[in-house]
Design a protein around this ligand. Structure first.
Ligand code: SF4
Length: 81
């Protein structure tokens, strides 16, 4: 999965589970709704699995992920023999 965007819908219950999975992306301060770190995008590739797990396990399903519409940014070269 190539993650393009991550955001939090309304309804976060501040359980911190997502932050436990991936503190590079999710920030949950005392009593506040989860927010996405400003620099989170730099971890979307490296931490894709953790981000997806957080989204799947969020108890109120408010973590949303948009996958990149481009599977492979480098077009495959056809063999020309
Ligand atoms: S796992 Fe879901 S409910 Fe818990 S802090 Fe993260 S976004 Fe909020």
């Amino acid at each position: 999965m190539k993650i393009y965007r991550v955001w939090i819908d309304e309804g976060c219950i501040s359980c911190s589970l997502c932050q436990d999975y991936c503190p590079e992306v999710f920030l949950v301060q005392d009593g506040e709704d989860c927010i996405i770190h400003e620099e989170a995008a730099r971890y979307y590739l490296q931490k894709a699995e953790d981000i997806q797990l957080a989204s799947e396990d969020c108890p109120v399903e408010v973590i949303k992920i948009e996958e990149s519409p481009i599977e492979d940014p480098c077009p495959k070269n056809e063999a020309t023999t």
